[in-house]
Design a protein around this ligand. Structure first.
Ligand SMILES: Nc1ncnc2c1ncn2[C@@H]1O[C@H](COP(=O)(O)OP(=O)(O)OP(=O)(O)O)[C@@H](O)[C@H]1O
Length: 286
């Protein structure tokens, strides 16, 4: 069976429960967004999947094989996060050179091409790069490594708007040419909303939502109008819908609703699609 399976993973740090009985599948050739508020457990999950941390319970399989201490399975995974994999006094170009030793499918020529596109000075030592360029360096490694499962933990941290845009463009281009599994953990939901196909929302160490972006958005909507009109509409909604929250500006109210309702919309009210960021904020607010 292809893909990564996370089986019943739990992990605590003293009295902090970081992850609780997590079950997930990352299928081959899909782009996932791993979304969660600060401290939700995203990095712990990614570190366990890539064998940098151990779970208290549960295990991970890569293409059907338990990955713990299994080098062949782990070589199919690449995780980029703020931790450097390379000696800091190493030059960027040398880091690219030695990457082939760890990952035989690493494409050095492509890494050099991306460095030009991002204007990354490959003669610099890794430690002398600015915060943004440290992220760019790690993203270039991740985009050039050519393994089936690539995990990006906050890939656009410190990147300016131009470079963020360029990163997403290159990611999509690379993915369309040769699909791989990309898992992007980020707080910049608006930017990533059009890139990801699958959404995993994690809250206080548990999975809150795990479905396609299109499904999630098709099953939610916003209703706006005067306060009294919106309140009366909300009170008439069927039980299977859920009002996630509302914003009031002046006399106007917008309510965020989960679940489809065929109920006719009274005149004066306006229905609009929910955006992923709003949905995330309201789902994870309490
Ligand atoms: N080494 C550690 N020692 C103690 N507590 C830890 C450790 N690593 C993580 N935690 C705790 O586990 C919980 C989950 O942390 P984690 O870093 O996985 O969250 P996150 O979703 O990646 O957060 P952020 O978005 O802020 O980076 C937090 O409460 C955190 O304080």
């Amino acid at each position: 069976m292809k893909g990564i399976e996370v089986k019943n993973i739990s992990r605590s740090f003293k009295d902090t429960r970081a992850l609780h009985q997590i079950n997930l599948t990352f299928e081959e050739g899909k782009i996932y967004g791993l979304l969660g508020r600060n401290g939700a457990g995203k990095s712990t999950l990614l570190n366990i999947i890539s064998n940098r941390k151990y779970p208290d319970e549960g295990y991970v399989t890569v293409d059907g094989v338990p990955s713990v201490e299994n080098d062949d399975a782990l070589r199919k995974i690449f995780l980029i996060n703020e931790k450097n994999l390379y000696p800091e006094s190493m030059k960027v170009k040398d880091a690219f050179k030695i990457s082939k030793d760890f990952y035989p499918s690493f494409d050095e020529a492509y890494a050099l091409k991306l460095s030009e596109m991002f204007e990354l000075n490959i003669k610099k030592k890794i430690k002398s790069l600015s915060t943004g360029y440290q992220s760019i360096f790690r993203n270039i490694l991740a985009l050039s490594v050519n393994v089936p499962y690539v995990f990006f933990d906050e890939p656009v941290l410190g990147l300016d708007a131009y470079h963020r845009d360029l990163f997403y463009k290159i990611l999509i281009e690379k993915y369309s040419e040769e699909p791989f599994t990309a898992v992007i953990s980020t707080h910049l939901i608006e930017e990533v909303a059009n890139v990801i196909e699958e959404v995993i929302i994690i809250k206080k160490g548990e999975i809150l939502k795990n479905e396609s972006r299109d499904n999630l958005l098709a099953n939610s909507y916003t209703v706006s109008g005067t306060i009294s009109q919106v309140d009366s509409y909300l009170s008439s909604l069927p039980k299977y819908t859920e009002v996630l929250g509302a914003d009031v500006i002046g006399g106007l109210k917008s309510a965020y609703i989960l679940g489809k309702s065929d109920k006719h919309l009274p005149e004066g009210l306006e229905k609009s699609p929910m955006d992923l960021q709003k949905l995330f904020i309201h789902l994870t607010s309490i």
